[in-house]
Design a protein around this ligand. Structure first.
Ligand SMILES: [Zn+2]
Length: 234
């Protein structure tokens, strides 16, 4: 067993079972030879109500070249021109990604695997959500972000090639799907802090490094990430 065992109300109908009943259940996380699993165990009878695999198989990706359009924070990317380069299995037939595309693919896989294997979380929503990722966004756009409106990850030129940036933005997706911190003032600073901390844990876990510092200026906050001489404010 791993992680925190939690007592929850669990409705089988909501996860596709013909049984519509709600049960008081223990949510138990396990590491097995077949990867990480979550079990829901009836707190009254001990029966296993449901089991979920958190193996790499749940990795679900749509990585596209934004063709220097956007960023599109509110009108989501489905309406704009882009080229799909990768899905969860790798490069798409007929696609011709550049080096940054391959780096972005490797980075988001690494981030997904870190959250799955180290933290037993299945994608940013812990429910296997497809990761919609757009690179080469804006012209120029020295930025990257997770859009809560569209549930999409957007990266300006160069940013998706940095693992720490991908890890940081993915964490914003986790925060939005857990605590939904308002992105302003102190709660926004907490949001940024969580993103920095988990990006740092990711980098530490796989043996790279990132340097992060925060600067508070009269009620606003600035966060800088530095790596290989590049600094950005996020
Ligand atoms: Zn951020």
């Amino acid at each position: 067993m791993t992680g925190e065992t939690q007592l929850r109300y669990f409705n089988l109908g909501l996860v596709g079972s013909p049984d519509p009943n709600t049960y008081l259940a223990w949510r138990v996380s396990l590491i097995t030879a077949n990867g990480p699993w979550t079990l829901y165990v009836d707190a009254n009878t001990g029966a296993v109500l449901a089991r979920q695999s958190h193996s790499r198989n749940s990795f679900d990706l749509d990585l596209e070249d934004g063709l220097h359009g956007g960023p599109h924070e509110y009108f989501c990317w489905a309406f704009w021109s882009s080229d799909q380069w990768f899905d969860e299995y790798g490069v798409m037939g007929g696609a011709n990604p550049d080096a940054e595309g391959y780096a972005a693919y490797n980075n988001i896989r690494t981030v997904y695997d870190f959250w799955s294997e180290t933290l037993q979380r299945d994608s940013y929503d812990d429910d296997g959500a497809e990761i919609d990722m757009y690179i080469h966004v804006g012209n120029p756009w020295r930025q990257a972000w997770y859009t809560t409106w569209c549930d999409q990850f957007e990266f300006g030129d160069g940013f998706a090639a940095d693992l720490d940036v991908v890890g940081h933005e993915f964490t914003h997706g986790v925060v939005e799907n857990t605590s939904q911190l308002e992105y302003e003032y102190e709660s926004g600073a907490l949001d940024e802090s969580f993103a920095d901390v988990f990006a740092h844990l990711l980098i530490r876990t796989i043996g790279l490094w990132v340097r992060v510092w925060h600067r508070f200026t009269g009620g606003t906050w600035l966060i800088h990430i530095s790596r290989a001489g590049a600094t950005r404010t996020i």
